[in-house]
Ligand binder design. Sequence first.
Ligand code: UDP
Length: 412
Amino acid sequence: MSRTLLDYEPVVGPDAISQLRQAARDLKGATVVHVNSTREGGGVAEILAWLNPLMVDLGLDARWEVVEGHPEFFGVTKAFHNGLQGGEVMLTDRQVEVYEQTVKDNAERLRPLLESADFVVIHDPQPAHLLAACPNRKGKWIWRCHIDASHPNRKVWNYIRSQVQGYDASIFSMPQFAQRLHHPQFIIAPSIDPLSEKNVDLTDDEIKATLEKYGIDSNRPVLTQISRFDRFKDPIGVIRAFMLLNGTVDAQLVLAGGGATDDPEGAVVLEEVKAAANGNPDVNILLLPPDAHRIINAIQRASAIIMQKSLQEGFGLTVTEAMWKGKPVIGGNVGGIRLQVHNHYTGFLVDTPEGAALRIRELMNRPEKMAFMGRTARKFVTENFLLNRHLREYLTLMLGLRRGLANHLMAD
Ligand code: UDP
């Protein structure tokens, strides 16, 4: 069910809504096409699920398209993803050929829409080659990189750069992620939808029933990490941290995640995680379906602490979701997590499983600190990471591009 802007007024206030309506006035009727590679699973799909309907509500002709492909294609794009995050990956001619051919096949279907659109926003590397496959574009094309690409694998980046160089602009989540590209780069942090199934208030009864259904004891504190089973999310580091507590803290660990259709590595990593848990009855590993939004919401709300011990993180919507629910976050000291977790205020930043164990123990022994961090976290998200700010920045960027601000900036 899609919501309208009016639904958000009680959460963000009337001024925020009227600001958006004003910004959208000169964009009415403009065609905006977002393209990514999955409708479900992962942060990008999470954002597009609200961004697109709200752009429509503002009078834009907004669409959301998804590139489709065979497993081999998603194997290549996952290698791009890992490579942009600095992972050691191979990039062969055959992989490039599979990638480009699949995107070209998608272009057969999408070309009329993309070439005539006023704005095309291409999310992440998977659909990036669409620009080359749509030579007669009319509008402005924006590459939106959600990944921490600050220290990419050179070979992968050189290839991706050749694909995105021709865009009119790119967007990164943090200044540190910006790259050497011959077009203007903008910094826009992601955000959450406070009224989505993932974030809306739940009753205590629903939370309790969810815990029961998934075998989580509602009488003992819960530590949770919600993530796709991906090595960069370091689920094994979280298990190590939990094991290091060695019974000194009465708590259970929940690692909950599902797959994304564009992430072929999940099943392998899940097996590694199960092996690391080694049958520990206090470690609850849940493989969830992609639409388990209310379940995740309930588990986050039932948790004492949320972990997000990533080794690389573009932003980490799971962190925002947890903070919105008034939870302290113990997060990896990387990427977008650093934008959200302010050490000692909204949570703790950690570099190692040992550090994570130390902070878990500290927080579990200091409920007043936990409550303070939770309150601070909620306020910080309210002020910085709700969808109205994000939407406003998109509108401003589109207005700027349309009025030639980009050329002006480049001439400077
Ligand atoms: N998520 C989900 N189901 C899962 C795992 C994650 O719905 O099994 C959601 C999670 O709640 C968050 C998003 O997917 O909204 C993950 O975004 P994040 O930025 O944390 O990481 P990404 O997966 O994009 O790297």
